[in-house]
Design a protein around this ligand. Structure first.
Ligand code: HEC
Length: 144
């Protein structure tokens, strides 16, 4: 028990690398596609913490091991999809990512449940899912 407490206190002092760049590059998904503000709002709140270079850190990020858990999701999430770097993808990659984003949203896999459990505002309603899926489909059709 004492050992456990010492470890828990000890790990609080190990720093993490904040994922915070205040710069929104020209290659950002929202800018490249001139995304309508309603969709933009939803995706930024629900997805950008893990899929961009700028995380709005929650209170629990001050506590280990929660901060590591979030950090690992950010690193993994960014490596498969970074909305800030959208413009750097080829048209083929854009289309395949759009398909994957659409299916993750439609199937309710994203945003991750472990995340929406705390971030209630990131939860997507059925209407949100349908609305975004339709938009993504149109966007995909507009890419040759
Ligand atoms: C808490 C962090 C987190 C949030 C929030 C989040 N994701 Fe993810 N996402 C991940 C992680 C981690 C992976 C990789 C592991 C996996 O697929 O489960 C991933 C994988 C994906 C993939 C698969 C990428 C590929 O091509 O293989 C897509 C698409 C995706 N996310 C879209 C979204 C969308 C859209 C949202 C918002 C509606 C979102 N994510 C919100 C962490 C997150």
């Amino acid at each position: 028990m004492i050992f456990f407490l010492v470890v828990m206190v000890g790990i609080q002092f190990i720093p993490t690398n904040p994922n915070q760049s205040d710069v929104v590059p020209d290659t950002d998904f929202m800018l490249v596609n001139k995304v309508p503000s309603k969709i933009r709002g939803i995706i930024e709140v629900s997805c950008y913490d893990c899929h961009s270079n700028n995380t709005k850190y929650p209170w629990y990020n001050k506590i280990q091991p929660a901060a590591w858990y979030l950090e690992s999701h950010i690193n993994e999430g960014k490596s498969v999809l970074n909305f800030n770097e959208w413009g750097t993808l080829s048209d083929r990659r854009k289309k395949s990512k759009l398909k994957s984003i659409k299916s993750q949203i439609k199937n309710g896999k994203m945003p991750m449940q472990s995340y929406t459990f705390i971030h209630k505002d990131a939860t997507l309603s059925g209407d949100d899912r349908t609305y975004i899926a339709k938009y993504l489909q149109e966007l995909s059709s507009s890419i040759k």
